[in-house]
Design a protein around this ligand. Sequence first.
Ligand code: SF4
Length: 364
Amino acid sequence: MEEGALDFGLTREVLSRAGDVPVRVIPSYRDYPFPFRPWPALLSWGKRRLFLVPYAGRFFRNCPGTTRYLCCGYRIFHFGEGCPLDCSYCILQAYFNRPGLKLWANLWEEGWPELEAALNEARRDNRILRIGTGEFADSLALEHLCGVAEELIRRWVELPAPAVLELKTKVALREDWLRRLPADPRIVFAWSLNARTITRKEERGSASLEERLSSAARAARSGFSVAFHFDPVILFPETLEAYLEVVDRIFATVPAERIVWISLGALRFMPDLKEVAEERLPETRIFTGEFVTGLDGKRRYFRPLRTEAFRRLCRRIREHAPEVCVYLCMESPEVWREALGFVPAERGGLPRMLDEAARRVCGL
Ligand code: SF4
């Protein structure tokens, strides 16, 4: 941890949970002498090092979205960067130029007041906020070490704001952890889901599909809301059926009325990511398909392939639960029309659609 992080609450919390993990105080993360290794190997090294660093930027902000595609109006509470899991498609591999997992030591002293002000303002204006913590991290993968999600949930239930907190993850919930949380439907536990083989081969360190779904069922039974994100959908000839089977598993396990939304997004990546990921994880096959460059410079599957996958997934979801809100992540109005049969503008826009879903399921 940085010397400047020592006096903050989150640092004390991490130290109290660290057990016999070796701890060192360093003058600064920025000047830290990282071992000399090629970048892909250094990334792997960084997945086992946690740095506690005071953060100087904005903690609460808009999700940047992607230019030229429909965006959902999400907000981010930024608690740290980096993830101990290791998905071959993870954008973070090409995003940062220094390795390591980082938590912002001053999160509660300086970050929380920004979020609290926004929640109070939303309450005053009766305006719905949808907030997540997982822009540059998995929301729960470091929870055993930092307790950030638990503390946020405890603070959230004290504030009667019309705001949902979405905790996106690929890990299972520990039963004792879930049991001691104050239940509130404004807290949404959300799992990224993928076809079983993709989960096994491409999402290293993550929970299995069964573990994720049984966690979701437990969270729903305990009084929380849940959500699912099929993102990234990875298209091999054999995988679409496997995704449809995952949809069936969701509705066999989790009550539909507790599901606030399900998103669909196809694999997309900047060209740099392919290079780094293939060098780090040479067994990955996900970048071997045919791709085109989208309006945002990212590589994507051909539009007819994406459209067909979204159309079939959405149809299967609707067969189980016509009411559940389904949306596409970072797609154009044309793809919405072809795949889902409407464009968000006809329903007041995507943010409005999601606000309505939150109102219906999360009791806002
Ligand atoms: S869980 Fe998310 S943040 Fe973590 S490695 Fe996978 S894609 Fe990246």
